[in-house]
Design a binder for this molecule. Structure first.
Ligand SMILES: Cc1ncc(C[n+]2csc(CCOP(=O)(O)OP(=O)(O)O)c2C)c(N)n1
Ligand code: SF4
Ligand SMILES: [Mg+2]
Length: 363
């Protein structure tokens, strides 16, 4: 007789009751951490760059998932920099997959574990099955395989760690490279002064709209507890779940190493990466409303990849952010509306901030 497939339940971490919080001048909780698990299935000793956002994301996700987890990683920085011959930083089973097949490999793992448990060949419970693909894989080369796995509703969590470029092969443009983000394939010049002219692919929204039975969420490394809880919600969801996580790449984006987490917050506060959850039962989006709303320059000026932007480009970026504020149901303050006018940036250039010259604001 077929055995029952028993699923795990991972309790959510407390995001309220922030007794130990110390707030910064802008009213943000800066140092709050609940009782996080002590286990670290992603250990120190890997070879990613200092301040690597994807490495921070890997660590928090695997901390949230715990030891009864299996992980797949398609080709990208988080495969290459983490695994040298006979050596990985994982204390859980991990497999590399070709860049195109993170979705299909993970679907196979999920179906395989179900079958083994039913046949009594794996003692169970059903493990936490996670694949973490770069944006080049999840939004481009491996998109079809992930979409197929989501559609067939395999019980696994599919994560895109988004460093907005093909980092491992030398910081080339990817479908999630933001407007005006410079990469080695989109240098700025006379013909295309903004570098990247296209808007980024809205990957998470595509996944939610296209697979309405799946749990879908966006997160950033700027909000670790939120990232851990969304990992757990995705794993607790019976069926396929997708998470799109914003993960700064200090090598490709050119910023001070210590600023990774700060950039993960500022992108949200600048309205350029809305953080939300899609609940498949209610078929509704739940948007996070950050307590601080900033001009996009507070975010852009921290990174060398935006250092070439001209006033009209900054105005375009502010326009994009303002539309995002409207989409998530927040008012657009007058100062941010004025930022849609290139003239304002021409005037401010000499006075308040240094676009297009990058001085590392916030460092
Ligand atoms: C089919 C295929 N095309 C190209 C490559 C070369 N390649 C290896 S890693 C990589 C970059 C992947 O980018 P992304 O998925 O965003 O991960 P990141 O390196 O940014 O972490 C590429 C293009 C490959 N391995 N397979
Ligand atoms: S290039 Fe970027 S993504 Fe790759 S290891 Fe370095 S910081 Fe991380
Ligand atoms: Mg990438």
């Amino acid at each position: 007789m077929a055995k029952e497939v028993v699923r795990q339940y991972l309790p959510l971490l407390d995001e309220e009751g922030r007794g130990a919080a110390t707030e910064d001048a802008l009213g943000r909780d800066r140092h709050y951490l609940p009782d996080t698990p002590e286990e670290d299935p992603y250990q120190a000793g890997h070879r990613t760059c200092a301040g690597c956002g994807p490495a921070i994301e890997y660590r928090w996700v695997l901390k949230a998932a715990g030891q009864d987890t299996v992980v797949a990683g398609p080709t990208g920085c988080m495969y290459v920099a983490n695994s040298t011959y006979l050596c990985t930083p994982y204390t859980v089973p991990w497999a590399h997959t070709p860049i195109a097949s993170g979705g299909s490999f993970t679907a196979g793992m999920a179906a395989g574990y179900e079958a083994l448990i039913r046949k009594g060949r794996h003692p169970g419970p059903y493990p936490n099955i996670i694949t973490m693909s770069g944006d080049g894989s999840a939004a481009d080369i491996g998109l079809g395989a992930i979409s197929g796995a989501l559609y067939r509703n395999h019980d696994a969590l599919f994560i895109c760690y988004d460093n907005e470029c093909y980092a491992n092969t030398g910081i080339q443009v990817s479908p999630t490279t933001p407007y005006a983000g410079m990469t080695t394939f989109t240098p700025f010049g006379k013909a295309i002064p903004e570098g990247t002219r296209l808007p980024p692919k809205n990957l998470a929204r595509m996944m939610a709209e296209g697979h309405p039975h799946c749990y879908v969420a966006t997160a950033t490394v700027g909000y670790p507890v939120d990232l851990m809880n969304k990992t757990r919600k995705g794993l607790n969801h019976h069926g396929a779940a997708f998470m799109h996580c914003f993960t700064p790449c200090q090598k490709g984006w050119v910023y001070q190493t210590s600023m990774t987490v700060e950039i993960g917050r500022r992108v949200v506060e600048a309205g350029l990466f809305p953080v939300w959850e899609y609940d498949p039962e209610q078929r509704k989006y739940h948007y996070f409303h950050p307590p601080v709303q900033r001009p996009v320059t507070d975010y852009l000026a921290m990174q060398g990849r935006f250092g070439h932007m001209l006033p009209e480009h900054i105005a375009n970026a502010q326009q994009q952010a303002n539309r995002n504020w409207e989409t998530i149901g927040m008012d657009v303050p007058a100062e941010l509306r004025e930022g849609e006018d290139p003239e304002r940036h021409r005037r401010l250039r000499e006075e308040t901030y240094s676009m297009p010259l990058n001085r590392g604001v916030g460092a």
